[in-house]
Write a protein that binds this ligand. Structure first.
Ligand SMILES: NCc1[nH]cc(CCC(=O)O)c1CC(=O)O
Length: 324
């Protein structure tokens, strides 16, 4: 696997691809997860790969994410590079991808999902204080409205601090003693080799994940899926994340919305639960449903049914008013 910028010959004519060119954001997390996919593709296809780094606006600004025009700040420039033919596929964190399909592009694979849970990182890592053990009024950092609401639901006494920056920078708030703990996605910590910083992985029942968290998405141009890419797809991961994101889309909520949704597909059963929070954690509505899937060919219909069941239930309980 080599790394290089998109190659342009004099006159702007692109040289024919000799290897699979994989577009990625330049952050350490993005490069780590894209490299994992590149190695998988090399193993599957026997072809070589190279990484094409695309710097996105979301990577270079310190502004609050919510001020950057909502969802998709990380995804759109990667998508532009793919549409322009500067790479053959791109690897996204699914959580950061808007739920609407991008014109001309398709998600060709949802690879095997990693831990979808959120993790508390307090000083001392595995031997640190859990959420329950943190002192009264402890300072906990997160930039996610969902995590804020979830934390305040369980510990209304906490002082929540809005933090931004990459995973390493967020962990430093704790090691520097500025905050008592931060909350991050377990998957990102693991991909970066920071699993030892994890004090507690939150129970999904009380702390449902951001829709799609822990899953990657491999996006390609419509009708132009490079050989081998479809083999990265994991049907169980696909089913679960499509339900989680289907609920998010039906609620017309973005990736920064205070919505947690967890799904799993196993043993012929597709099951999901979701909670919509008031941002201050003062109230919430939840729903949980399961559908039997006797024939895997009926999975698409089962997904749609489950999304409708849960979304309708959430609407009936006043989810829209809560998010307003
Ligand atoms: N919004 C940033 C982001 N996008 C994906 C991940 C983690 C990995 C994943 O969910 O796949 C993170 C960091 C975090 O939330 O801690």
């Amino acid at each position: 696997m080599r790394e290089q910028a998109p190659r342009l010959q004099a006159g702007g004519v692109r040289t024919p691809a000799v290897t699979l060119r994989i577009g990625t954001r330049g952050s350490a997390l993005a490069v780590a997860q894209t490299s994992t996919m590149a190695r998988e593709l090399e193993r599957i296809t026997g072809e070589s790969t190279e990484l094409v780094r695309v710097t996105t606006h979301g990577d270079v600004t310190r502004a609050a994410l919510s001020s950057l025009g909502g969802t998709g700040v990380f995804a759109s420039e990667l998508r532009d590079a793919l549409l322009a033919g500067e790479c053959d596929l791109v690897v996204h964190s699914l959580k950061d991808l808007p739920t609407a399909k991008a014109p001309g592009l398709t998600v060709a694979a949802y690879p095997v999902r990693e831990d979808q849970r959120d993790a508390l990182c307090s000083l001392g890592g595995a031997s640190g204080l859990t959420l329950e053990q943190l002192p009264h009024g402890a300072k906990v950092g997160t930039g996610s409205p969902r995590r804020v609401a979830q934390l305040l639901t369980l510990r209304p006494d906490l002082e929540i601090r809005d933090i931004r920056g990459n995973v390493e920078r967020r962990l430093r708030f704790v090691t520097d003693g500025e905050l008592d703990a931060v909350v991050l996605a377990a998957a990102g910590l693991e991909r970066l080799g920071f699993a030892e910083a994890i004090t507690e992985r939150f129970d999904l029942e009380r702390f449902p994940n951001a829709p799609g968290q822990g899953c990657l998405a491999i996006e390609v141009r419509d009708g132009d899926t490079p050989a081998g890419v479809s083999r990265l797809d994991d049907p169980a991961a696909r089913a679960a994340v499509l339900v989680e994101r289907g609920i998010l889309a039906t609620l017309e909520a973005g990736c920064a919305a205070p919505v947690g949704a967890s799904a799993r597909y196993a043993d012929g059963k597709l099951e999901a639960w979701a909670t919509v929070y008031a941002v201050d954690g003062s109230s919430r509505v939840s729903s949980r449903r399961a559908v039997e899937v006797s024939d895997p060919r009926a999975l698409d219909a089962a997904q749609a049914e489950l999304v409708t069941l849960i979304s309708t239930d959430l609407f009936d309980q006043g989810a829209l008013a809560l998010m307003a």
